[in-house]
Design a protein around this ligand. Structure first.
Ligand SMILES: *Cc1c(COP(=O)(O)O)cnc(C)c1O
Length: 402
């Protein structure tokens, strides 16, 4: 590795976010390649046995095995940490690997966690099913109310875990208020920031301790690979998270890391354009459908809060029809441009019916408690011309009787 300016914090400290997204973390090999190199290797060779011993003892810098380190993966970790304003970052094989590691690495039997009730389906499975199985008690609350976290906490509460905006109800959590309340009590906040990414919202600026990502979404942004990341202090990442991930192995592949590095180069452009497109589509749907859940619209009850912590509202929102699953499915089936797909953060416009897809694994009474109606539809607005997306929706709404 020759030129490592992208990893030199005395240099990157002066770079602005859009620059960091393109150059942060880059380290060049002796060939001087401009685009980051893809190191497809599981192992590393040493010049002598003494070097191998020194590296294993942590006395010599360098790689030992790709479950632990890989040059391409490290470049991505540096870049995400820089964008997040975090000391350190570790990437994972998927967003769920990141959420699981971020929680299990710091919790043990006898601990208690408070989680936001509106959440990605698998995140709810972690709080409702996995953690209790290992003796970690959990309580879910309406995360729109900061006091709800306090009221649900006990002497053994270690972590508050939530996402904002939340999937798919778009509940917004007051980051400043909740993180301050957690700090006062010595409770660790773990924020799933997949919807906003650091390009729109940096939870650590408001006091969050740990920020976790599905990098599958806006970071890759083109629907290609799965990836995840966990950001935190040096002490958290090295002393708490690393022992867990090094030995359990939810490692991100170098190839997927390279794809996400390429994705991050255009994150700022994509998320801004997709946020603008989503607002146009949202304005069209408002008034045409019975209910719309989009914090980007001034009519949303949490609009002011969302805009006080997000640069833009992002590409994702949900809306509801009165005819339940039948009408929601009829609407989806009439689409000609927008795909029926449960992914988000893609450059293509995608729509899904959460209660029969992403949240079908969540029991019906929990879906109701989370605010997921049978008539709810979630949309990810892509990079297409928004007029074409609106025309497609207009036609499909008509077919579905709206
Ligand atoms: C997609 C998603 C996840 C899970 O990420 P994967 O990369 O699919 O494992 C977690 N949280 C949120 C908010 C998500 O949107």
């Amino acid at each position: 590795m020759k030129r490592k300016t992208g990893q030199d914090r005395s240099i990157t400290a002066n770079w602005r976010p859009a620059t960091l997204a393109v150059r942060g973390g880059t380290a060049r090999s002796e060939y001087g390649e401009t685009s980051e190199a893809l190191f497809l290797t599981s192992g590393y060779a040493y010049d002598c046995a003494g070097d191998a011993a020194a590296r294993f003892a942590g006395e010599q810098a360098g790689m030992t095995y790709s479950r632990l380190q890989n040059p391409t993966v490290e470049m991505l970790e540096h870049r995400i940490a820089l964008l997040e304003g975090a000391d350190a970052c570790r990437t994972m094989a998927s967003g769920m690997a990141a959420m699981t590691a971020a929680l299990l690495c710091q919790l043990q039997a006898g601990d208690h966690l408070v989680g936001g009730r509106a959440a990605f389906g698998s995140c709810r499975w972690l709080t409702d099913t996995l953690l209790p199985k290992f003796g970690i008690e959990t309580t879910v609350v309406d995360a729109r109310d900061p006091q709800a976290f306090v009221d649900a906490s006990r002497p053994n509460t270690k972590v508050w875990f939530f996402e904002t905006p939340a999937n798919p109800t778009m509940d917004v959590v007051d980051l400043r208020a909740v993180c301050a309340l957690a700090r006062e009590r010595g409770i660790v906040t773990v924020v799933d920031n997949a919807f906003a990414t650091p390009a729109l919202q940096r939870p650590m600026d408001y006091g969050a301790d740990v920020v976790a990502y599905s990098a599958t979404k806006m970071m890759d942004g083109q629907g290609r690979v799965l990836a995840g990341a966990v950001c935190g202090t040096e002490a958290f990442v090295n002393d708490v998270l690393l022992p867990f991930t090094r030995n359990t192995g939810p490692t991100l592949s170098a190839f997927n890391a390279w794809v996400v590095l390429k994705g991050l180069e255009t994150l700022d452009l994509r998320i801004r354009r997709q946020s603008e497109n989503a607002l146009e589509v949202g304005r069209f749907l408002e008034g045409r459908v019975p209910r719309i859940n989009f914090p980007g619209l001034p009519s949303h009850p949490q609009h002011a809060l969302a805009m006080s912590q997000m640069a833009m509202a992002g590409p994702i929102f949900s809306f509801e029809v009165d005819g339940g699953r039948t009408q929601a499915h009829a609407l989806l089936d009439a689409l000609e441009l927008v795909d029926i797909s449960n992914n988000i953060g893609d450059s293509r416009s995608l729509m899904t019916h959460p209660s029969s897809t992403t949240h079908s694994g969540v029991a019906e009474e929990k879906r109701i408690e989370m605010g997921i109606d049978e008539g709810m539809i979630r949309i990810n607005v892509g990079l297409e011309d928004p007029a074409d997306v609106i025309a497609d929706l207009d036609h499909a709404l008509g077919v579905a009787g709206l």
